[in-house]
Design a protein around this ligand. Structure first.
Ligand code: ADP
Ligand code: MG
Length: 825
């Protein structure tokens, strides 16, 4: 109730300490209380979650336990091998340091954008958005489902947006440029690919670079983004004969980069993608017998070290973008260091965009650092005078101002994720439209989004030249920081934020959260404006925030992630003492121990901490440990065919299509698929019906399903099926009796068991975390909500929503998760 909540809150506020253990000043703690008062429960959970403060978790008490038919006792058993070293704590431990959670940047990152909310609201009411996307010249509209309504457009529903609030005094200036028809140096159009190659900075040092590689086994190569490291190095190595006895591999931390770069290099070499040049990402291998240059995500190479710990087929491995410090890169560092020691003929090249080079060199024993001379222009940096309350809004305004008043040159805006990017594109298009409809002479603006979930063909669009007299505006996540380089950018708008995956050991989950970026990343972003000529970077934060609130460099992923797969992998590589593995920056010991604990809970590790048979099989699957377990339990329970589908469906984004203007229709369509006791089984049902309809695309359209998502699920399924075949696991089916499938789900997710507390309101059985049934859940179809559910994951939006829930019997929890649950007789 309210009073006791307030008391708890007051207590909590009193206890607040910074993550370094020091006490908060009175002023800081007052500001925090204000925050919590604003949005009480939500805010302090956010703070705990952000790791900014250490507080005592608010423990929920259950009084009505004995009213249940079956009484489930909840306890916590620890694996013997962790005895004495491991204290399972319910306290939220800081993972990602926020320098000061009461600072403006920290508060803004929690609040989110009002503009986005407005746009969402508007989109809901808005029947016709088609024209914006035509104007934007992008297919973003298709992704947002605009094409669906194309037929319905009626001419009179034109949308008038708010004024762009741009100062028109300088309008004339732009119009002048426009009339001159002056285009930005149209390099790509006028030069052949091979001329373009020779123009890159790396080309001038080609010989010296190859010489250093000949003379050394490991080389660190440093060069500004865009100097040609990713696209050229592999080709040089190929030309220098390294592909006669083996292949050249190049790792990328991002899937998008691996695909896009491989495509570019295949064009430069004038071969089909997948022939001489190919790429491999999880669930997608586009290489062939002729492939000698292989781009891949670092995760793929890591998986390959399992089959072949010496990486025999590779003559050279280029670890690209090492400065990103992705989890897989960090593990690869330790593994490749050993390969280098064992194989004299093996070469390793580590590339980095200026940061950390010395650190990489030291790690491999003071190896040479080769610097590619830069060719960059000065970038003028302008700071916001006051903190921006809404950086999305501010970015849109700034972009419009640049577009109207500044010299030609493309714009690059950094946002944190898909939602913000789409909203920004929408707002820009809308403001452009309103200028046009008021007959102001405004040149065209080509608005191009890029983020990792965007289909590849749309991603490629950012490299296209805008037509003469129009300006390109790319709205990107941090993918455009170093992985992808677009020429012709003269203006960078940096919001100062990025999304980071942070794992909280207390809640046992990774969450993508918006955080201020590091100073190093901010400088990288600014640098993007100075590639073609002198540029300008608009920082939508204050200079003091840059100096005082941002961390100097990013926190490596390994320091803030769930290490379950890493632990499985390292264990399978026979690295028994994980605490001794040669990590460049060892992850917090607690995280390693916690992951081992989770794997023990799942039955992948035995009581002495070694892989069990189940664990060995789990390593084979490119899946999160619980999903792998679910699949393998499907085998034991005789329903692997069904579980395979469930797992595949969980590995793709939601297949339900819910266009904002046909909400009711699409919801009704979705409900037809509901299996009332389970969202997982609902997914199974969707897939089986799709299959029964010959996997048809038009059938998907009729039933408001994303055909792309379903096709992807089908692909994933067939890949997993291949793995099952190699493991000689036979495909068993339970037919229409799906209860056993729920049991398999329960066997893998009992750590996410939740108990009914109110209408649609659950609490996690073990730690009392509130978790709500999502309004779209099939479980509402039961007419009553089940006492116990397990869920796939918690999604944090306005509340903690259970993503994909399935009702389970309490007896199953006791049977499958005996370390946590038992049934009282
Ligand atoms: P680095 O790895 O040093 O950052 P890259 O090799 O990625 O540099 O890029 C070199 C050049 O190739 C850049 O000018 C970039 O614009 C161009 N480029 C890279 N990928 C593509 C692509 N998919 N389409 C067109 N141009 C590309
Ligand atoms: Mg690169």
């Amino acid at each position: 109730d309210e009073a006791s909540f307030q008391k708890k809150e007051a207590e909590l506020a009193k206890r607040l300490v910074w993550q370094d253990g020091s006490k908060m000043t009175l002023a800081q703690s007052k500001k925090l209380s204000q925050l919590t008062a604003d949005n009480a429960q939500w805010e302090d959970r956010q703070l705990l979650r952000s790791g900014a403060v250490r507080g005592t978790e608010l423990q929920t008490e259950f009084d009505d336990e004995d009213e249940r038919k079956v009484i489930l006792l909840v306890h916590d058993t620890k694996p013997p091998f962790l005895d004495g070293r491991f204290v399972y704590t319910k306290q939220a431990e800081p993972i990602m340091p926020l320098k000061d959670p009461t600072s403006d940047m920290a508060i803004i990152s929690r609040k989110g954008s009002t503009l986005i909310r407005e746009i969402h609201e508007k989109q809901r009411m808005n029947k016709s958005r088609q024209r914006f996307w035509e104007l934007a010249g992008s297919k973003l509209g298709d992704i947002l489902g605009v094409e669906k309504t194309a037929e319905q457009i009626d001419a009179d529903t034109s949308v008038v947006g708010e004024q762009g609030e741009v100062d028109f005094k300088e309008e004339a200036k732009f119009a002048q440029h426009l009339k001159k028809g002056e285009a930005v140096s149209d390099f790509a159009k006028s030069k052949t690919l091979s001329q373009q190659r020779q123009y890159l900075p790396i080309f001038s040092v080609r010989e010296e670079l190859l010489q250093v590689v000949r003379e050394n086994q490991v080389v660190v190569v440093v060069g500004e983004t865009g100097s040609g490291k990713t696209t050229q190095l592999t080709q040089y190595l190929h030309e220098d004969g390294y592909t006669i006895s083996g292949i050249v591999g190049c790792t990328q931390p991002r899937r998008v980069a691996a695909m896009s770069v491989a495509k570019r290099v295949s064009e430069e070499l004038e071969t089909e993608l997948g022939d001489e040049v190919g790429y491999a990402i999880r669930f997608e291998d586009v290489t062939g017998p002729n492939t000698v240059i292989k781009y891949m995500t670092d995760g793929v190479l890591l998986k390959e070290t399992l089959k072949d710990s010496d990486l025999e087929k590779y003559r050279v491995v280029v670890m690209d973008e090492a400065h990103e410090r992705s989890l897989s890169t960090d593990v690869l560092f330790g593994i490749l260091k050993k390969v280098v020691a064992r194989r004299r003929d093996f070469k390793l090249i580590v590339t980095s965009a200026t940061l950390n080079a010395q650190k990489f060199s030291n790690f491999f024993g003071s190896v040479p650092i080769f610097r590619i001379p830069g060719r960059t222009f000065p970038v003028k940096t302008l700071y916001s005078k006051t903190p921006c309350e809404d950086y999305v809004e501010a970015a849109v305004k700034q972009a419009m101002t640049i577009h109207i008043t500044s010299d030609p040159g493309d714009i690059l805006i950094f946002m944190t994720g898909q939602d913000e990017i789409e909203a920004t594109c929408y707002a820009l298009a809308e403001r452009m439209e309103s200028f046009e409809s008021s007959n102001k002479e405004v040149p065209k603006l080509l608005i191009l989004p890029i983020y990792s979930q965007l289909p590849a063909d749309l991603q490629a669009k950012i490299f296209q030249k805008a037509e003469d007299g129009s300006r390109k505006c790319i709205v990107a996540t941090n993918i455009a920081e170093t992985s992808l380089t677009v020429d012709g950018i003269f203006y960078v708008i940096d919001t100062g934020y990025g999304k980071i995956k942070v794992y909280n050991p207390c809640m046992g989950m990774d969450a993508l959260q918006v955080f201020p970026v590091s100073r190093a990343a901010a400088d990288q972003r600014a640098g993007r404006a100075g590639r073609t000529g002198p540029g300008t970077c608009y920082r939508l934060y204050t200079e003091s925030a840059y100096l005082n609130e941002m961390l100097p460099s990013p926190v490596p992923e390994i320091q803030r992630t769930n290490l379950g797969n890493v632990v499985l992998l390292l264990k399978s590589l026979k690295i028994d003492n994980l605490l001794d593995f040669d990590f460049m920056d060892p992850p917090p010991q607690e995280n390693i121990l916690n992951s081992m604990y989770q794997l023990w809970v799942l039955g992948a590790l035995n009581n002495v901490g070694n892989l069990t048979d189940l664990g060995w099989n789990m390593v084979e699957f490119p899946l999160d440990p619980p999903l792998a377990k679910m699949l393998l339990m499907g085998e034991q329970l005789g329903c692997i065919n069904e579980v395979l589908t469930v797992v595949s469906m969980l590995s793709v984004p939601s297949v339900f299509f819910r266009p904002k203007d046909r909400v009711e229709e699409s919801d009704a369509a979705r409900e037809k698929f509901f299996v009332p006791e389970s969202d997982h089984l609902t997914l199974l049902n969707v897939y089986q019906q799709w299959k029964a309809n010959q996997y048809r695309g038009d059938w998907c359209n009729d039933h408001f399903l994303h055909v792309k998502g379903l096709r992807k699920a089908r692909e994933v399924r067939s890949q997993l099926l291949d793995i099952l075949k190699t493991l000689k696991i036979a495909l068993t089916s339970c037919g229409p009796d799906w209860d056993v499938v729920r049991k398999a789900i329960c066997s893998a997710y009992f750590h996410n068991a939740a108990r009914l507390k109110g209408v649609g309101e659950y609490v996690n059985c073990r730690n009392g975390m509130p978790c709500h049934l999502h309004p779209s859940s099939a479980l509402y179809g039961l007419g009553y909500t089940p006492d116990y559910v397990v869920y796939h994951e918690l999604i944090l939006t306005t509340r903690e929503y259970m993503q994909c829930a399935t009702s389970v019997e309490p007896q199953w929890l006791a049977e499958l998760g005996p370390m946590f649950f038992s049934v009282k007789d």
